[in-house]
Design a protein around this ligand. Structure first.
Ligand code: RIB
Length: 312
């Protein structure tokens, strides 16, 4: 992917406040367990990816909706502290800010329930108002925590202007083939890839099969993230397994967001694909060493230092 001379990235997506709970293990049905910690962290896949891009030094705009409630200031504050441009953020007086109810166990694995609230209340003119912004961007990054027609329209606007389109298809959902063909880089995790490819992805070999299948259907680049097993990328010519960096896992929340944003950033900075994948892998690795979504996202300096001495 080449340098287009355009200066900024646009994320069209969700913003949440995360109610983050840690406990040794998740409760069984009907059971109560005592937790070990609680935090209120800014999250939402769209906001997380925007913050990650900004922490890398990318000029980044977020287009999205928050509620007019007690959580909005914390969510906007985190974006502004990272220097994400919030000019296209709409405050919805009729809804609450989206909530992410995140449970993280002793191994750092998580379970998330999202209550979208304002994130699902887009009006059609909201995205039309961002047309010029999207069409002047170096990349559009989208996920699936906002209405699918808004995602599809944002992608169409980007395609009209040859803007690089990155789709992180989370939460998992089936998607029309026509939409996938407009995406330049598709970044699902194993659950999302299983649904999109219609086969069970659980290891590197099955990920290779799914990545090849999705790549051939959409004629784009597909990177399937596999947690501690790294990632698998299919292009028209190649299939690449990028190992994960071994790190001590505190919490995996937003690791996929970090990976996806780091990969988009590195490609827009004209790094070759293998270098970009290693950079994204470092971003994801650093993010899992810390608790929560946005507090865990690394800066460019942190990633570069880590890449010089990945063993610590
Ligand atoms: O990817 C992690 C994010 O998913 C959390 O921040 C939560 O809000 C949900 O959107």
């Amino acid at each position: 992917m080449t340098d287009t001379g355009r200066s900024y990235c646009v994320v069209v997506g969700s913003l949440n406040i995360d109610l983050f709970v840690t406990a040794e293990r998740p409760p069984r049905k009907g059971e109560t367990v005592l937790g070990t910690g609680f935090g209120l962290f800014p999250g939402g896949k769209g906001a997380n990816q925007a913050v990650q891009l900004a922490r890398l030094g990318s000029e980044t705009y977020i287009v999205g909706r928050i509620g007019a409630d007690i959580f909005a200031d914390q969510v906007v504050g985190s974006l502004e502290a990272a220097a994400v441009r919030t000019d296209y953020l709409i405050k919805d007086a009729g809804a609450g800010t989206g909530k992410g109810c995140v449970f993280s166990d002793a191994a750092g694995d998580n379970w998330i329930v999202v209550v979208p609230e304002a994130n699902m209340r887009w009006q059609s003119h909201d995205i039309e108002n961002a047309r010029a912004l999207i069409q002047g961007a170096r990349a559009l990054i989208v996920q699936l925590e906002i209405p699918l027609p808004v995602v599809a329209r944002a992608i169409d606007l980007a395609c009209e202007a040859d803007v690089l389109v990155v789709l992180n298809p989370a939460p998992a959902s089936e998607l029309p083939g026509g939409l996938l063909r407009k995406v330049d880089l598709l970044v699902p995790n194993e659950t999302e890839a299983s649904i999109l490819a219609g086969l069970s992805v659980g290891d590197v070999e099955s990920a290779k099969e799914a990545a090849r299948l999705l790549q051939s259907k959409a004629d784009n680049t597909v990177t399937i993230t596999l947690g501690s097993a790294g990632s698998v990328t299919a292009t028209g010519d190649d299939i690449i397994h990028t190992p994960a960096f071994p790190v001590e896992v505190a919490d995996v929340t937003a690791a996929g967001d970090s990976f996806c944003a780091c990969l988009a950033y590195a490609l827009t900075e004209s790094h070759d694909l293998e270098t970009a994948l290693r950079f994204a892998s470092a971003g994801g690795a650093l993010s899992v060493t810390r608790l929560g979504a946005q507090p865990s996202l690394p800066t460019l300096d942190e990633i570069n230092t880590f890449l010089e001495h990945p063993g610590g």
